[in-house]
Design a protein around this ligand. Structure first.
Ligand SMILES: Nc1ncnc2c1ncn2[C@@H]1O[C@H](COP(=O)(O)OP(=O)(O)OP(=O)(O)O)[C@@H](O)[C@H]1O
Ligand SMILES: [Mg+2]
Length: 200
């Protein structure tokens, strides 16, 4: 790319579990390592977008404990061999997973990560309990993934949000939205018969 001064495209494809996400991380780390830019913040921000996208867009499926439920198109911009910016577009996110999960599967990681890491005090503030208490999190019957530390991943997520300049208030709003999704999932409706009494 640098020699020919031409744009390059790298397509990483394959079935679920083939290693696309892991390969992408390696490619990004390589490009960050050979980057001639003195601006470490930009490369750090580009790399830190990954934990954010994975928490909100990856979930356990029967094929892959960390399956990306969306497609990703990343553009990296170079100037004289140095990374000067990046743009990530994601598409076809599996929205139905929010409300339904197949046996042995999970909802998006972020819900479990948040419930593992928030303190009792913070959870009380948002009326939150543990993952098995929520219909949107317990349908698959596998709230825990062996070898995956949800609490640690939540700490990585908040660190990524800090690096990507999410304000504290914005981060709190995100927690509120996640909590409200869980509360909505635990609302039940019952059909009751109403007998109308007409008075004349
Ligand atoms: N280069 C690698 N080194 C070590 N382990 C790997 C590597 N690539 C993949 N794996 C293993 O395979 C698992 C699945 O890989 P990955 O999540 O990258 O698949 P994927 O192609 O992105 O799948 P999906 O389409 O479901 O998102 C990883 O969690 C890891 O355990
Ligand atoms: Mg993937």
């Amino acid at each position: 790319m640098i020699k020919e001064n031409e744009n390059q495209v790298l397509i990483i494809s394959g079935e679920s579990g083939a290693g696309k996400t892991e390969s992408t991380k390696l490619v990004m780390q390589y490009l960050a390592a050979v980057n001639k830019s003195g601006n470490n913040l930009i490369t750090e921000q580009i790399l830190e977008a990954n934990p954010l996208l994975e928490s909100f867009g990856n979930a356990k499926t029967i094929r892959n404990d960390n399956s990306s439920r969306f497609g990703k198109y990343i553009e990296l911009f170079f100037k004289n061999g140095a990374i000067v910016g990046a743009k990530t577009a994601e598409y076809l996110l599996e929205k139905s997973r929010i409300v339904t999960q197949a046996p042995e599967e999970r909802n998006y990681h972020v819900f479990y990560e948040m419930l593992e890491e928030l303190s009792d005090e913070q959870k009380a503030k948002y009326g939150l309990q543990t993952a098995p208490k929520y219909f949107y999190l317990n349908q698959g019957g596998s709230a825990l993934i062996r070898g995956r530390d949800d609490a640690d991943n939540y700490r990585k997520l908040t660190a990524a949000m800090d690096i990507l300049n999410f304000e504290r208030q914005e981060q709190e709003t995100i927690v509120k939205i996640l909590a409200s999704v869980l509360h909505i999932g635990n609302m039940y409706f019952k059909v009751i018969q109403v007998r109308r009494i007409l008075c004349y």
